[in-house]
Design a protein around this ligand. Structure first.
Ligand code: C2O
Ligand code: CU
Length: 568
């Protein structure tokens, strides 16, 4: 009896000392970029890795911590690393996108990157941000609750990342340069991966299929990350329901579903209860692609869930996933996401808006110019491009952040990115005049004043062809207040906005021939990339940059740069 009282006193004092917001820690990691040989689909190839691992190492921290990563490039080409979902408050210097916040780290170079976390709790991730190197250079980034606080759901028995990836038999640099050279769609991949493995349904893969051993009656937290390059995905587990509890480092109201829809860049945390007859079950993922004119890799990647009491080799059951072109299944899932909106995890959606933006997202074509070995394998002998407000983004030669910080804007970029498209048209009409296909090319950014409250509507178009565009913003998470199919109606649609418990995301799939509205407060000064997370669309120019100015107080200014910025 006495003992338990003493124990309780001890425990509560421990909790008291840990339950503070000043006790953030600093953690350190070493990331060595290097080539390593990996065998998949009966063939070996050399890939760029971090520390020889694929997928790369998992980073973990507690809410509000700072993480320092020493990035050392011992690979053969330029690279940068981005911390996808970390807000990097006032410190864009080590955010990572090449030619936006830094020049790439050359072979033989290093860069000490400081990652500043905010209120995120859950799963974010990290990946390379230099041409298509992220195909093999990526990993999970887990953020636990602050010490002394708990998950808003019963503590799971175990938790693990489930990383969806994409594999080509050819070298990824070769694929990238071939795509740029031909001006057409990239060759489709040879397989998808779960935690680096294609799974049983592919040749030479059975031995190495990823397995999760579970104990009957226990609950597992799966931190699902879509690190696929070119596709949105459906994912599910045979016979098991998934309870969604978080997305993009933010808790959601729990809801159950037989499948999830997850776009490149996004993370979804789900609870899986091992409550079925002890057998083997597949978890599986395959493409969601509504654009029927695009060829897809329609293979299925699998991993195995195995109840531990079992000694059985009967073939596992496959989950029933929505059809690969099922737009409604994708939308239904995405629209089910709601912020938790509890006392401990409140919603702070801006209600008074000071800046309204309307951005069209289009696939485009460029007139054929066969120079420097380029060819024109886009539709009707053109080169494919993509744009935001009809501007196809061109990278500058130095980084926009450095040019801005050192007052060298002239000649490097322009600050006249438009607040709306140059022309209004029926954005989602089935047929559109061919002249709408041609974008302007340029390096234009949008300047936002510190603390402005921004409402941004993304409008997908059917120029060339409609597509789902997972839009990602660096430096911020945003509230997704509304979305719909067809053209956005500024007089009607805002009445249906969810200003009570909108999900808080850093990546949101704007639906095929539809629109999505987000809101955020521009309270993080810096230079922040915004782009489609489908890598071919990014390569074709579907991106722009926000510069958020400094505020008036010292605490609202960009911090000074580190001494070891990679040279431009
Ligand atoms: Cu996941 Cu600009 O990145
Ligand atoms: Cu896109």
């Amino acid at each position: 009896m006495k003992f338990s009282i003493i124990f309780q006193l001890l425990l509560s004092s421990l909790l008291f000392f840990h339950n503070c917001h000043q006790c953030q820690a600093t953690k350190r990691y070493r990331f060595e970029l290097r080539e390593a040989k990996y065998r998949r689909l009966c063939r070996s190839k050399k890939i760029l890795t971090v520390n020889g691992k694929f997928p790369g190492p998992t980073i973990s921290a507690h809410r509000g911590d700072t993480v320092i990563v020493d990035v050392i490039n011992n690979g053969n080409y330029n690279v940068t690393i981005h911390w996808h979902g970390a807000p990097m408050n006032r410190y864009p210097w080590t955010d990572g996108p090449e030619y936006i916040t830094q020049c790439p780290i050359p072979p033989g170079g290093k860069f000490k990157q400081r990652i500043i976390l905010g209120d995120e709790e859950g799963t974010i991730w990290w990946h390379a941000h230099s041409n298509w190197t992220r195909a093999t250079v990526h990993g999970a980034f887990i953020i636990y609750p602050t010490l002394g606080t708990i998950y808003p759901f019963p503590k799971p028995h175990a938790q693990l990342p489930i990383i969806l990836g994409e594999w080509w038999k050819v070298d990824i640099q070769t694929l990238y340069y071939a795509t740029v050279r031909t001006g057409g769609d990239p060759n489709v991949s040879d397989s998808f991966l779960i935690n680096g493995q294609p799974g049983d349904l592919y040749p030479c893969s059975k031995q190495d299929t990823f397995k999760l051993k579970v104990v009957q009656g226990k609950t597992y937290l799966l931190r699902i990350i879509n690190a696929v390059m070119q596709n949105l995905m459906f994912f599910g587990v045979a016979n098991h329901k998934l309870t969604v509890v978080g997305s993009d480092g933010s808790y959601t109201k729990p809801f159950t579903s037989n499948y999830i829809a997850i776009s490149p860049g996004q993370t979804i945390d789900v609870l899986l209860e091992a409550n079925q007859t002890p057998k083997r079950y597949y978890m599986a993922a395959r493409v969601y692609e509504r654009t029927l004119s695009v060829s897809i890799d329609n293979t299925t990647t699998t991993a195995i869930i195995q109840y531990d009491s079992l000694d059985d080799s009967t073939p596992p059951l496959l989950p029933i996933l929505p059809n690969s072109s099922d737009l409604n299944a994708s939308i239904r899932f995405t629209n089910s996401l709601r912020s938790l909106a509890s006392k401990d995890h409140p919603v702070k959606v801006p209600l008074k808006i000071t800046k309204r933006l309307f951005y069209t997202l289009s696939i485009n074509t460029l007139v054929c110019q066969e120079e420097d070995g380029n060819t024109c394998q886009g539709p009707n002998n053109t080169r494919l491009a993509a744009s935001v407000n009809n501007i196809s983004f061109v990278n500058p030669n130095i980084s926009i952040l450095e040019a801005y910080y050192h007052n060298m804007i002239n000649g490097n970029f322009m600050t006249n990115f438009p607040d709306k498209p140059p022309k209004m048209f029926n954005y989602t009409a089935p047929f559109l005049p061919i002249k709408l296909e041609l974008p302007k090319r340029g390096t234009k950014v949008k300047v936002l004043d510190y603390n402005e409250t921004v409402e941004l509507t993304f409008q997908g178009t059917s120029v060339v062809d409609g597509a789902d565009h997972p839009m990602h913003l660096h430096g911020y998470s945003f509230y997704v207040v509304g979305s719909g199919l067809g053209n956005f109606d500024k007089d009607k649609d805002p009445f249906n906005y969810n200003l009570v418990d909108p999900p808080f995301q850093n990546t949101i799939a704007v639906p095929y021939k539809g629109w999505t509205t987000i809101r955020f407060r521009a309270n993080n000064p810096g230079v922040w990339f915004m782009h489609c997370h489908v890598d071919r669309h990014l390569t074709w120019g579907m991106e722009t940059v926000f510069i958020v100015t400094n505020g008036k107080t010292p605490e609202s200014r960009i911090l000074p740069p580190p001494p070891d910025m990679p040279p431009c």
